[in-house]
Design a protein around this ligand. Structure first.
Ligand code: SF4
Length: 216
């Protein structure tokens, strides 16, 4: 069976959404579901008002124009995309993300058991998800829902990682063939794969599910 056939189809998405919200709740992780990006952005614009906000890379955020919203509505936006930043300043900004009041990241795969999977090359995206910021929003299209944990890993390794390697122009086997071979490349983009399985503070990480296909 192909990876596409294994991921959740939109016809039954409401049932799957209800199921994953419950699974996340049992792991003490809040989850909200939005049927359109406009309502999601309205919710976020209120949540970041006056707050120091950091972000990780996310194609989903580009697609829903979240980065633009944060520039306008947050108190202080830690803008990693500011082209004027030197390498040292960017490193400093990544460290500042740990003391941000709000941090945003996407999700590479979300299993129906409520486990959250993310890949990262240098760890600057996944580390603040785990520790530091008071509040973490993880925004995820319903296309990232996977029926099992095994399918989630497959999605991350065989779909998200190769596509990201292509986007970033990496010289890795997956960027050429579209398949992961568990390489030892110096440019390996998946040095860290995190699985969030729960949290102490039920209000800290909040998953925002958005109906539709966003990112990869
Ligand atoms: S291990 Fe190598 S081939 Fe596999 S996804 Fe990561 S960078 Fe690509």
């Amino acid at each position: 069976m192909s990876l596409e056939n294994k991921t959740v189809q939109f016809s039954d998405v409401q049932k799957e959404v209800d199921e994953v919200i419950l699974a996340l709740k049992r792991r003490h992780i809040a989850c909200r579901y939005f049927e359109d990006a406009e309502a999601l952005l309205e919710y976020i614009s209120k949540a970041v008002k006056g707050k120091v906000v950091g972000v990780g890379d996310s194609i989903t955020f580009e697609e829903i124009e979240l980065y633009d919203l944060l520039k306008v509505h947050s108190g202080r936006y830690l803008n990693k995309y500011d082209e004027r930043l030197t390498k040292i300043e960017k490193r400093k900004l990544y460290r500042e993300n740990f003391s941000a009041e709000v941090f945003f990241s996407g999700i590479n795969a979300l299993s129906m058991s409520g486990k959250i999977y993310n890949l990262d090359g240098n760890g600057s995206r996944v580390a603040p998800i785990i520790y530091g910021p008071d509040k973490v929003f993880l925004i995820c299209g319903t296309n990232k829902l996977c029926r099992t944990d095994e399918e989630a890993v497959l999605r991350v390794r065989q779909k998200a990682a190769p596509m990201d390697a292509v986007r970033l122009g990496k010289k890795t086997p997956c960027a050429i063939t579209g398949k992961c071979v568990d390489c030892r490349s110096k440019e390996r983009i998946c040095n860290y794969m995190t699985i969030v399985e729960g949290q102490f503070d039920p209000d800290r990480i909040e998953v925002i599910l958005l109906k539709g296909s966003y990112g990869y």
